[in-house]
Design a protein around this ligand. Structure first.
Ligand SMILES: [Zn+2]
Length: 87
């Protein structure tokens, strides 16, 4: 193995994350996003945001493979941004 390995499994649910780009949101470089609807991070997000912000939203776990940084991707429905998933 000579390539640097990055873990593209979601740290919250262990599922492989999807390769994802979304130029409209200026995510025009590859990111990895967990689109697992059972993911604890995403599931807890609905309750957390409802409680703290009184609105319906959640977030999905997102990884920037260039920097290794992770960040939340805010969503308002279960299907938000799925069209950015690379087949
Ligand atoms: Zn996950």
């Amino acid at each position: 193995m000579t390539q640097p390995s990055i873990d593209t499994n979601c740290p919250h649910c262990g599922q492989p994350m999807c390769r994802w780009t979304y130029p409209d949101l200026q995510y025009d470089e590859l990111r990895y996003v967990c689109f697992n609807d059972e993911c604890g991070y995403y599931v807890r997000g609905w309750a957390f945001i409802e409680e703290h912000y009184k609105t319906k939203a959640s977030y999905r776990h997102m990884l920037d493979p260039q920097s290794g940084q992770t960040m939340p991707l805010r969503v308002k429905t279960a299907v938000d941004f799925r069209d950015g998933i690379e087949g």
